[in-house]
Design a protein. Sequence first.
Length: 315
Amino acid sequence: MNKTLRNLALIGAGTLGAMACANKLVSVLAEQNDHLPEGREHYYKWKLGNIYYTKTGQGAPLLLIHDLDACSSSYEWSKVISGLSRTYTVYALDLLGCGRSDKPNLTYTNYMYVQLILDFIKNVIKARTSVAATGDSFSFLIMACQMEPANFDKLVGVSPCDLVEMTRTPGRRKNALKYVIDSPIIGTFLYNMDTSRARIAGAARHRYFYKNYMVPDSVVDAYYKAAKKEDGRGKYLMASIRSSYTNINIIPAIQKINNSICLIGGRMHPLIMDIIDEYQAYNPSIEAAYIAGTNYLPQLEAPEKFTELLGIVLD
């Protein structure tokens, strides 16, 4: 029995050692090339960490918030910022836990991101602001607007989050999963597997873009680099997302908000029409627009069409 236990311990130690070596190799290789483009970069020293953002153009303020994913960053908006900055002062930030922003070891919650948006508008933009947000990040925008509507002008949701999915809450099994992902070696190894270049490329071709043969390598490189910044510390955000800590029921807020809301979707997104219909059922004043030949991220897949449409929406 003692020999068996000793062998098992040796195997376990060897496995952990191999995982640790693999994690280090991924970190070293990821640092060799930085594919995240830089603009007129700034850092907002927020209470939970430094927030990377760019500021471009002149005119009324427009804040762009990327999708909530450990692979995401303000690169999501990189193809449309130049066009939008001809009319607006465009702010594009990396959410805490993403891209070039800090990635602290904490539980990321919906309310935390709501506070980040409110503080960024108050302390950086310092004016009533129109905001466009993608995916689950649209929920932060809705809750922030409900709390302090005077800070917001027009709200735009790009491929907005599913209202039913956002009602899912943490539980025992999800907390166990979070514990594993948060762990130093095994969690980092699982995170590196989940954010491998191959998986990111697959997501870009089958979820982000409709014309999967037109996905530029630069997109895959930027998403991969965003995931690997700070030696895989994006795992803390991934753990919170997978455990539903970033979720919240936004239906009551959708029903109450009086600000102008427009939802933009890629026409080829398989679920977007049903999702937007549900929003409009709760608030008939919500407008909708679709961009032909695009999927989840029309701002990357058809930037010129997106820029033109967003300009019309915000006008």
